[in-house]
Design a protein around this ligand. Structure first.
Ligand code: RNT
Ligand code: ZN
Length: 417
């Protein structure tokens, strides 16, 4: 009965969109081809599996102590698969170095090798999941407030070594999966208070990056992520947005746009058409800042919709990699994955359903009111019927029905942790 209703609603939606020249079947195909890279760190509040793990540091913070967080690699894998089973489509997994399979061994960051990621590579193959990767400079005794830009050569070299090794690992993942692994480089480097050495730190960071990227790694792609500030590092960030845009543009590299890393009224979506004039590709960290870079779960808010609309309007679907980056420890963590991922997909769907050609024709003809009218009309179009149909075709729960599955998983699995 319900499936019948969904397909009826879809047929109506299909016709309504056709009136605007939009082919919903073609859009459904595009949505099937839209792959998120699920961040492994929502499952355990960014702890990772290092035997020697200490307190969280590096300007990021996960708040909340909702029960049921993954405590080890098996639990995390299980949780990720559960979340993936409730998200339509096929999606990648984004790993941080601290999530290696260390088998109870103390492995310092400058000692890590692909051996500790062999089981992840196997897991990826078995579960049809392509992997992405991140170096981890935070939550370590040598993190301090400066890593790759530290004036102490010993500390700088330690992190250079770590990052080089991470690129080797990413490259091995890319080779094994026959698809380039995207490696994100974010370092927290900054100052809590006044400093007269901004230029020095940036010069050191640039030199460290030059050394790190000097080796070609053909099966991975590097991307660099800046931000405004971190907790405890409020006054200055070495790797700011401008710093990395300059670096990426002059090295023909990818840059990461984390939607929580800009000033509160700045629209990250507006960066897409600017950066893509100069950079080959972009990586996203879709997140949700609430007053600061709080990494709340992604929802269908205006900045997220604008971001996806700008990608589609720029005809840049294949020049963007779609990572997520939120970590909320105050609610069910699998629910967080499912809501955040489905919301990102819905924003992408709405972007794909926009009759861009039609609106653009009016815009070029100077008919401003028609542009506004059509953009407003789209907001109440039956896009949800198209998303429901997408869920049905992908055999995942429609609408809020995924809550039943999560409740079951809580009862059977996470409540026993
Ligand atoms: C921090 C950055 C970074 C991290 C993850 C864990 O502000 O957004 O991407 O969130 O690497
Ligand atoms: Zn990020």
């Amino acid at each position: 009965m319900k499936t019948e209703l969904i397909s009826k609603a879809y047929e109506v939606a299909k016709q309504r969109y056709a009136e605007y020249g939009v082919d919903t079947e073609a859009v459904l195909k595009q949505l099937q081809d839209f792959h998120l890279s699920l961040h492994c760190w929502q499952a355990d509040d960014v702890h990772g599996f290092e035997v020697q793990a200490g307190a969280m540091s590096g300007g990021i913070q996960s708040t909340g102590d909702f029960p049921g967080a993954a405590r080890n690699i098996d639990e995390l894998r299980k949780d990720i698969l559960k979340a993936k089973s409730l998200i339509p489509g096929s999606h990648r997994l984004n790993l941080h170095e601290i999530y290696g399979d260390f088998q109870g061994k103390v492995v310092d960051r400058d000692e890590v090798t692909v051996d500790y990621f062999k089981s992840w590579i196997e897991w990826g193959k078995e579960n049809n999941t392509l992997l992405d990767f991140n170096s981890s400079s935070f939550s370590h005794p040598k993190s301090g407030s400066l890593s790759l830009s530290n004036p102490d050569k010993g500390i700088r070299d330690f992190w250079i070594e770590h990052t080089k090794r991470c690129r080797e690992i990413a490259n091995a993942m890319g080779e094994a999966q026959n698809d380039p692994c995207i490696m994100n480089l974010w370092v927290h480097d900054g100052c809590k208070d006044q400093s007269v050495n901004h230029h020095l730190y940036r010069k050191l960071l640039k030199e460290s990056l030059d050394e790190i990227f000097s080796k070609k790694q053909p099966m991975m792609k590097d991307t660099i992520e800046g931000k405004v500030f971190g907790i405890g590092l409020e006054s200055f960030t070495v790797g700011s947005h401008d710093f990395y845009t300059g670096y990426a543009a002059s090295h023909n590299m990818m840059q990461t746009i984390d939607t929580g890393h800009y000033h509160p009224t700045e629209m990250p979506g507006d960066k897409v058409s600017a950066l893509l004039q100069f950079l080959p590709e972009l990586m996203l960290h879709v997140s949700r800042p609430v007053r600061w870079d709080s990494d709340h779960v992604t929802i269908m808010d205006d900045p997220t919709q604008d971001l996806f609309s700008e990608i589609v309007r720029a005809d840049a679907l294949n020049r963007v990699h779609y990572g997520l980056d939120f970590f909320d420890g105050s609610i069910n963590r699998i629910g967080a994955y499912v809501i955040g991922s489905r919301s990102a997909q819905k924003c992408m769907l709405r972007a794909l359903l926009e009759p861009k050609e039609l609106i653009s024709k009016h815009e070029i003809a100077g008919e401003g009111y028609k542009v506004l009218a059509l953009i407003e009309e789209q907001k109440a179009m039956p896009w949800q019927a198209v998303y429901d149909e997408f869920c049905v075709r992908n055999s995942v729960p429609v609408g809020s029905e995924f809550m039943t599955e999560i409740d079951k998983y809580v009862a059977e699995v996470t409540s026993k942790r």
